[in-house]
Design a protein around this ligand. Structure first.
Ligand SMILES: Cc1ncc(COP(=O)(O)O)c(C=O)c1O
Length: 381
């Protein structure tokens, strides 16, 4: 029997948003974690040149692998061989490669709930058994060493994300080191999704590679580099898994787009432009953190990084999907329902992505403020 995979509900919201826009409605997209800025200018200029001079065959960029390896020395003081870097078509295939290299069908793989929707569904698609660790507001919706210690029996694997989606919370460095220590002692292999590294407002996030050279690290050009549609990412594997990861990449996906690899190399030199995006996100974050409590949304995780705010709307609804759809139809503001991230409590949460421009976020707030003010609280809440 084929694995049962749940839909990504934010996609249904997004489709409805695009339908509204096609009908002439003004829509503000806050449903996906997608920078609205596009690739850095110099990366786009390089892509134009490459299109004219290169046949764009299957390709694996040796200079890009070396540049990514350099990034680990510069940012985390961790030395890796460029051969440990497997170039992928984004973080999504990198996650598939990582799980498939480490685990066999039936193995138990743990991750935080709430968490990125694809963790649960990719684990299920590979016939692994998901172990959801319910993480509440008190822990910043993040996994703790104590929670891993308490798992009985120990799972085979753990997916970590810091900063996380949908909350943007970062695991404190000491806690991360403690999680790694528990995993090492209990024989739990770690896959760390570091796709939101570089996007933090309260200090840089620590890489799991700083504590655990055997961890597999997933990363991508989709977020910090603002290149989601170029479909480029990478996986760092320990030396003993290079052949297994390369074999899987070659057979399942061949290579990432050649054009994206050329552009991605240049994107590493576009620090100033990319830091400008972060200043925009920081301004958007401040705007929302200031405005949302006045809308009655006071129970929100502090977003240390990424570009999300995950808010408790339990006093207004027990059906986050219907709530987000209604908000979209009434105001043109598209958001993501909590049920994508949490099958247990997500019916009373929603996620705002603040990756859009500041004037769009301001306009969204102008639209949703009267809408929230007009909502009747649920009786008993
Ligand atoms: C936590 C997390 N991991 C992975 C991905 C997938 O990213 P990519 O576009 O690189 O496949 C996303 C996309 O939103 C994400 O939020």
């Amino acid at each position: 029997m084929s694995a049962k995979i749940d839909p990504f509900h934010a996609i249904a919201i997004s489709r409805a948003a695009h339908r509204l826009a096609a009908e002439g409605r003004s829509v503000i997209h806050m449903e996906f974690g997608q920078p609205s800025t596009g690739a850095p200018a110099a990366a786009i200029a390089e892509a134009h040149l490459v299109l004219d001079r290169d046949g764009l065959g299957y390709w694996e960029s040796v200079p890009l692998k070396a540049r990514i390896a350099r990034q680990y020395i510069e940012h985390y003081s961790v030395t890796i061989d460029p051969e440990q870097v497997i170039l992928t078509c984004g973080a999504s295939p990198a996650l598939v490669l990582a799980l498939s290299c480490l685990f066999a069908p039936g193995d138990r793989v743990a991750f935080a709930r709430p968490g990125y929707v694809a963790y649960r569904n990719t684990v299920k698609a590979l016939y692994l058994e998901p172990v959801e660790i319910g993480c509440g507001e008190a822990e910043g919706f993040q996994i703790t060493a104590a929670a891993i210690e308490a798992l009985d029996p120990a799972p085979s694997g753990l997916i970590l994300a810091s900063p996380a989606n949908p909350t943007g919370t970062i695991i404190a460095p000491e806690e991360l080191s403690a999680i790694v220590a528990v995993c090492r002692r209990r024989g739990i292999r770690i896959v760390s999704d570091e796709i939101y590294h570089g996007l933090s407002y309260t200090g840089p996030a620590r890489s799991v590679l700083q504590d655990e050279p055997d961890a597999l690290i997933v990363n991508s050009f989709s977020k910090y580099f603002s290149m989601a549609g170029w479909r480029l990412g990478w996986l760092v594997v320990p030396p003993d898994l290079i052949d297994a990861a390369r074999a899987r990449m070659g057979n399942l996906f061949l290579t990432p787009p050649s054009l994206a690899q050329h552009a991605g190399l240049i994107a590493f030199d576009c620090h100033e432009e990319l830091e400008g995006h972060i200043r925009t996100y920081a301004a958007n974050r401040a705007l929302l953190l200031d405005a949302l409590p006045a809308l009655g949304l006071r129970r929100i995780a502090p977003p240390d990084g990424a570009f999300y705010i995950y808010a408790d709307i339990g006093h207004l609804t027990q059906d986050s999907m219907a709530f987000c759809m209604e908000l979209l139809l009434d105001t043109g503001v598209a958001t993501a329902p909590g049920i994508d991230f949490d099958p247990v409590d997500g019916h009373r949460y929603m996620r705002f992505s603040f990756a859009a421009s500041t004037d769009r976020i301001e306009e969204a707030l102008r639209r949703i403020t009267p809408w929230f003010a007009a909502r009747e609280p649920l009786t008993g809440s």
